[in-house]
Design a protein around this ligand. Sequence first.
Ligand code: 5GP
Ligand code: MN
Length: 326
Amino acid sequence: MIQSKPATASTEDVVAELRRRSTFVFVSHVKPDGDTLGAGLALGLALRGMGKRVHHFQQDPVPRNLRFLPDSERVARELPADLPADALWVFCDMSSTSRAGEFLPELERRNILDIDHHLGNEHFGALNYVLSDECSTGTCVLRLLRAMKTPITPEIATCLLTTIMTDTGGFMHSNTTADVLRISAELTDLGANKEEITERIFANKRFAAIRLLGHALGTARLENDGKYCWSVVDDAMLAQFDADGEDTEEIVQHLRAVEGVDVAALFKAYDGDVRVSLRSNGRVNVQAAAGRLGGGGHFRASGLTFVGSLDDAIVAVRDALVAEGL
Ligand code: 5GP
Ligand code: MN
């Protein structure tokens, strides 16, 4: 039987719940990015400004390039022992609770707020503030802050602009609407430090990352009549360049930028997993392709963790993409 999802909550209902609760735990997803972190930190800063108690849970460490975010030093895998039973757990930027990893305690739905902009969001919270037209989870948070009429400090503005710049690829992706540019200008007026965000996220690469990028580009394959470009990073390559997973971030977007390519894939076979990053120019729905293999994301950017070998992943991902029209 197909069960319909609970409806998306109204801004007023979410604001009322935020006002009602006094303790919050923000949850970001594994392999955190600027959106999951920036959204939670921004709302956390605002709630702390209202005198609320705020914690930030994240399974993985804060990536090096996001440690400039205000309050990011408060993000931890450990949870305080004295959390009240009515703490509200706010999941930011994830389709399901499984994206938070394996270290969360059992939570009751009534204590979950789900804030997200993914189309495939499972509406796992008591309140689901899922706005799939928003460019980032951070801009969903901005709607809440405006409705709460809470001051947007330069720190909050920096967190929010980071969510936008992360999820629009520095204002390059198709989700960069005129509204997004207007909001970004407002956040800049409010004191968001665009220069620092650009430098930290889009420059400031480790030499290891650049050498790894060179290797991954040098070994990339162009297939399916030049419409599909893919490459692999594995444990041996990371060791060769003294690199780690954070150094793989931008590889897939270079593969996608090749002339004639509709879809790019990066197979990340390290740390015991085969994870796959998919990017599309808009012709093929890579969210649907990832969904066929248990992953998800957006139309033009998705990912999955493959259960099986790298060789099997390469075949299965191509099949899934072909099934989606590659
Ligand atoms: P990335 O390639 O940057 O790791 O992920 C791109 C997008 O795909 C993310 O923003 C996220 O929306 C989605 N994504 C990545 N990995 C997974 C996954 O394992 N499961 C789901 N549901 N979505 C994922
Ligand atoms: Mn996002």
